[in-house]
Design a protein around this ligand. Structure first.
Ligand code: ADP
Length: 557
């Protein structure tokens, strides 16, 4: 962490300048040097320095202290022992002032005073003041006698010694307190950084362990992070590299595995615009042997004010599922195909038999049962084939102008026997004529499916209403029943192949779950939509809306 290193650097400087244990050799050396300078200047200045004088004794004392500073192993002496050196220095200064001419040596007292204050704090300052009084001031007073000048010099030297020792002691106290505080802060910061780093490594390990590709986009759609699984998907989809921006085109295909996705369809692009979605299926990779199918979910990331600051996407590998689905569809399509020919033959021969007039009544009724069941089987096979065809591309519709009213009435008429058998009242509310451009056969299939479902899922004594009309610029067909209803949770999946609602399953009502998916495909191929409104136990309304074009004919009621 570079920031921490920088701070440690300043710590080294601090140790050099303010070490808790200053080097007595250096300090004593400085003092002796200044002391020698004073003596030298005094003799050069002609003050008549003599070897036998008191200042000379002071110089010897200071030198002895210097020798002691070098020879004594201070680390092994008691903590206070080193304090003897500055005290001796003060005594040396006291002796050096015992000279007939005044000298500036008194100022040098600041050096041992600073040393004492710095090394022993307030106690050192007190020692400095006491030593100055005894060793520096008293000899002077004894030597020169008490007069105004001597008193003034003594007082000022004592004040200077005490002041400087106390000043450095308190300043260092404060600085140390500040450093301790900073040290604690730094230790806490380092601990917090270590925790964050640990958590980041844990999160990375977890993200790389899951078998789901994960991507994090920032607010501008740039890739912020991705796990190892997604890096593998990226290599498949973008063998030539990726610029790290959402929406880049590559070997990414729609659910059919062949149609390349446009930028607007790319999940990262949609997510970067704040869209949230689930189970968006696509194929990654151009080589069918290595390509993977994934189901993508996206969620927005928001700040505390709710503004979008990014998006998270999860890519779930569903290749095996998609391949199994494809195999199943191919199987269903081929089996249905094989069933169609024998069924056509059975139904043809049954019709021929029923045309005969010499058959006993009992046989005719039994053949009727065979005919109805053959019809059911044929419808089922047709539904299965149609479902497989929907998979292969959009449904092909041939739109011609047709009277939808007549078409609805015909469908309802065909359903009357079923309604009567089920004791359900059927109400038809359609205009006399309503012409529109539709595929007649397919539209008839829509009405058949909705009406037969309404009758199938409505208990005896119920009511079914079929309404046809125009709503704005759309044709509207609504089939309402008073049947068993559909749970809210099932409604979104109602139009998926082979889906059957819980209510239908529980009541063992026959069906395979294909009618509504085919109905939706037909409605959508006409540019329309189908919706359902339902309440459990009260009934359902299936509403189909198809845009009418300019060629719409008159509506007469
Ligand atoms: P099927 O009727 O053959 O099961 P569909 O695709 O026509 O298949 O319908 C799918 C499911 O929707 C049904 O199984 C049933 O659960 C539910 N459903 C359809 N129409 C109605 C209705 N009118 N009332 C209640 N449930 C219905």
């Amino acid at each position: 962490m570079p920031q921490l290193e920088a701070r440690r650097g300043s710590g080294t400087a601090r140790r050099l300048l303010f070490a808790d244990e200053p080097d007595p050799r250096a300090l004593q050396g400085v003092f002796v040097a200044l002391f020698a300078l004073d003596l030298t200047l005094r003799s050069v200045g002609g003050s008549g320095f003599q070897v036998s004088s008191w200042p000379a004794v002071g110089a010897v004392l200071a030198l002895l202290a210097l020798v002691a500073a070098w020879l004594v192993p201070w680390s092994r002496t008691p903590w206070w022992a080193v304090g003897i050196l500055p005290v001796v220095d003060l005594a040396a200064l006291g002796l050096s002032r015992l000279d007939s001419l005044s000298s500036g040596a008194g100022v040098l007292a600041v050096v041992p005073a600073l040393w004492l204050g710095r090394q022993f704090g307030r106690r050192g300052a007190a020692t400095a003041v006491a030593a100055a009084a005894v060793l520096l001031v008293t000899p002077g007073l004894l030597y020169f006698g008490v007069d105004g000048i001597t008193l003034s010099r003594s007082l000022l030297v004592s004040v200077a010694v005490g002041w400087s020792a106390l000043a450095i002691a308190t300043a260092l106290e404060r600085v140390r307190a500040g450093w301790d505080e900073a040290e604690r802060g730094r230790a806490e910061l380092a601990a917090a950084l270590e925790t964050i780093e640990h958590q980041r490594r844990m999160a990375d390990a977890i993200l790389d362990t899951v078998d789901v590709g994960l991507v994090l986009l920032d607010g501008k759609g740039s890739y912020e992070a991705m796990n190892r699984r997604h890096q593998a998907f990226m290599r498949l989809g973008y063998p030539d590299g990726h610029a790290g921006q959402a929406g880049q085109l590559g070997h990414v295909y729609a659910e059919d595995g062949v149609t390349p996705l446009s930028r607007e369809e790319m999940p990262t692009h949609r997510a970067s615009l704040g869209e949230e979605f689930d189970d968006f299926r696509l194929w990654i990779g151009h080589d069918p042997r290595t390509s993977r199918a994934v189901s993508v979910s996206a969620r927005s990331v928001r700040d505390e004010r709710g503004a979008i600051t990014g998006a998270a996407l999860a890519y779930n590998d569903v290749t095996d599922f998609m391949r199994a689905l494809r195999v199943k569809d191919e199987f269903v399509a081929s089996v249905s195909h094989e069933l169609r020919t024998p069924l056509t033959s059975i139904s043809g021969y049954v019709s021929l038999l029923l045309e005969r007039e010499d058959l006993p009544a009992e046989v005719v009724s039994q053949l009727g049962v065979v005919e109805r069941n053959t019809d059911r089987l044929r419808r089922l096979v047709a539904d299965l084939l149609q479902t497989a065809a929907v998979d292969e591309g959009p449904m092909h519709v041939v739109r011609t102008r047709a009277d939808v009213s007549a078409l609805v009435r015909e469908s309802v008429r065909a359903a009357v026997p079923q309604a009567e058998a089920a004791q359900i009242e059927v109400e038809v509310d359609v205009p006399d004529s309503l012409c529109a451009l539709v595929d007649r056969q397919r539209m008839a299939q829509v009405v058949d499916n909705l009406v037969s479902n309404a009758l199938k899922y409505t208990p005896a004594g119920g009511h079914v209403r079929i309404h046809l009309g125009v709503d704005g610029d759309r044709l509207e067909l609504a089939v309402t029943d008073t049947g068993i209803g559909i749970e809210a949770a099932d409604r979104s999946r109602l139009f998926t192949r082979f889906f059957r609602a819980r209510q239908a399953e529980e009541r063992s009502i026959q069906g395979v779950g294909l009618g509504l998916s085919i109905t939706r495909a037909i409605v959508e191929s006409h540019g329309g939509r189908i919706e359902v409104d339902s309440e459990i136990g009260r009934g359902s309304t299936f509403r189909v809306r198809i845009p009418l074009d300019a060629e719409r004919e008159t509506l007469s009621s």
